[in-house]
Design a protein around this ligand. Structure first.
Ligand SMILES: C[S@@+](CC[C@H](N)C(=O)[O-])C[C@H]1O[C@@H](n2cnc3c(N)ncnc32)[C@H](O)[C@@H]1O
Length: 186
């Protein structure tokens, strides 16, 4: 009985440290919470016929700031793409790595999770980039994406959009809605 109590307390302690680290790192170090994409947005991308011609066989998908891998793994499970998620927060990175391992063979085979700052990542190999980030980061990334991405690359922005590019497709619910989707093409 005492052993069970000790195990329970250790798990509780570990989970508390993990959650506190995630919150402190997200809010103080990078100022972006590790919130996952709204399930509605992921389902929309998976179900809407528009995306079937984008997520085609062998295309390379990047999720810049993949968090827990919610969007990345769902898209990799559905479409025949090769995906990579980039994440800077070690707590959510660990979560995403574990989740990848238990997500089934298709996801394990076709996805990678990399630790690092996406501002230091070369984006030239991506065919599709998925972004769910704060406006000031999206604004900075717009410049990098325009400089590095090859012609034809699709950018899918969830909620916050680019300021100097016209989307080629939108799913707009309301200003500030977490369900808005914007698609751009370089
Ligand atoms: C709002 S979450 C989005 C998670 C995931 N893309 C999704 O849609 O479910 C944004 C993530 O971006 C990560 N992030 C922010 N700036 C980053 C950077 N410069 N390099 C790598 N990851 C970053 C944060 O740690 C956070 O986990």
């Amino acid at each position: 009985m005492q052993i069970l109590y000790i195990i329970f307390m250790l798990i509780l302690f570990g989970a508390t440290v993990f959650i506190l680290f995630d919150i402190i790192f997200s809010m103080i170090m990078i100022r972006v919470p590790s919130l996952s994409s709204n399930k509605f947005v992921i389902k929309k991308i998976i179900d809407d016929p528009y995306f079937k011609d984008i997520f085609v066989q062998g295309k390379v998908l990047y999720d810049l700031g993949c968090g827990r891998g919610m969007a990345l793994f769902a898209l990799t499970k559905k479409f025949p793409v090769k995906s990579t998620g980039f994440e800077i927060n070690p707590a959510v990175l660990l979560y995403a790595k574990v989740k990848r391992l238990i997500s089934g063979s298709k996801v394990r085979k076709n996805s990678k999770i990399k630790f690092g700052n996406f501002f230091k990542t070369d984006l030239s190999k991506a065919d599709i980039i998925y972004l769910y980030l704060f406006p000031e980061i999206v604004e900075k990334l717009e410049e990098k994406i325009k400089k590095e991405c090859k012609t034809g690359t699709y950018i899918i922005c969830n909620t916050f959009c680019f300021q100097n590019m016209e989307p080629i497709w939108t799913y707009f619910i309301a200003k500030g809605s977490l369900k808005n989707i914007y698609v751009y093409r370089i």
